[in-house]
Design a protein around this ligand. Structure first.
Ligand SMILES: Nc1nc2c(ncn2[C@@H]2O[C@H](COP(=O)(O)OP(=O)(O)OP(=O)(O)O)[C@@H](O)[C@H]2O)c(=O)[nH]1
Ligand SMILES: [Mg+2]
Length: 296
């Protein structure tokens, strides 16, 4: 049986042209913005940050919103919260699909934007709504958050990367805040294959770009790194299988994905595992730890 080293595999280099354009438009509009809100995925709080946003939007007041907190391990989220605060960053863990949660966030934005203005020496009250730009990599829930905050459904949402293709301004209930929803933007050079595969796990890179079987194998690897948090009974397993092939066989048996003669339907089993992970059937897992655990 081969020992897998995912980092031996080639990166896909996936960076569609519309992302370059979206980055440029972000830069152009930045002077109008009071606060930049970077949405990240709470399961991958650092690796789902686009390192280029700092270059594109230098010196702008900013905060991090770690969305999809319902899919992450709550204890890990608390550690991450302390880590971000230790770095001097404002952070807010959110479930954008939970009514009520986004409203707490808006009050936080209003306070933050006013504090920032005071810090910069502004003496007069702002006589227009606070302008907030929502940025983030694809599929982290930017449009879902925007929709939760406005009365009518405005922004298109979907479980794939690249749903939003254009900037759109949306004025919120109460007229105190104007939000700019932007398309998800990745960056051209991702660090290594494992990083790319984690981005695919959270749906920020298309499954077809990575290949569903490789993605399923990587999910097995991630589950095997924290077996105690996984509900193995979903596939009638007592513990984490030692090899990905055993895992796929268990998925196929449990889901009836066997061909004539008992052969595993690998593609359908891979799709089933990816879907179960994303639908939270295997457990709420955080996929990375803060870089310096002593700092939180
Ligand atoms: N479980 C969970 N799912 C969420 C949450 N927020 C958004 N989603 C789901 O995540 C998927 C992507 O949401 P979108 O709002 O389209 O994401 P986006 O960041 O606008 O994506 P792009 O426009 O492609 O950049 C959708 O299926 C949402 O229903 C959340 O807090 N928790
Ligand atoms: Mg969107």
């Amino acid at each position: 049986m081969s020992v897998i080293s995912f980092n031996d595999l080639a990166l896909t280099g996936w960076f569609p042209g519309h992302m370059l354009k979206a980055g440029r438009q972000m830069q152009e509009i930045a002077p109008l913005i009071d606060l930049v809100v970077e949405l990240v995925d709470a399961r991958l709080p650092l690796s789902s940050r686009n390192p280029r946003f700092h270059e594109l939007l230098p010196g702008k007041p900013a905060m991090v919103v770690a969305n999809k907190a319902d899919l992450a391990d709550p204890a890990a989220s608390r550690r991450w919260q302390r880590w971000f605060e230790g770095q001097g960053e404002r952070v807010f863990f959110l479930n954008a699909r939970e009514p009520g949660d986004p409203d707490r966030l808006v009050r936080f934005w209003e306070r933050t934007a006013h504090e920032e203005r005071e810090k910069r020496g502004a003496t007069q009250a702002l006589n227009r709504p606070v302008r907030v730009m929502i940025v983030g990599i694809p599929n982290v829930g930017k449009s879902t958050l925007v929709n939760q905050l406005c009365t009518e459904k405005r922004a298109q949402v979907g479980p794939r990367p690249g749903v939003t293709r254009q900037n759109q301004w949306i004025r919120l209930r109460g007229d105190q805040v104007e939000l700019l929803d932007t398309p998800g933007v990745l960056w051209p050079r991702i660090r290594d294959k494992e990083h790319e595969l984690r981005l695919a796990m959270i749906g920020s890179i298309r499954d077809e770009v990575i290949g569903i079987e490789l993605l399923a194998e990587f999910i097995w690897y991630e589950l095997s790194r924290q077996p105690a948090r996984v509900d193995w009974s979903l596939y009638d397993l007592a513990a984490c299988p030692e090899y990905p092939e055993e895992m796929m066989a268990a998925v196929a048996r449990r889901r009836g994905l066997l061909r004539g003669g008992g052969a595993i339907d690998h593609i359908r089993a891979a799709h089933a595992l990816v879907k179960d992970y994303r639908d939270l059937r295997l457990g709420a897992l955080t996929l990375e730890s803060p870089p310096d655990p002593t700092a939180c």
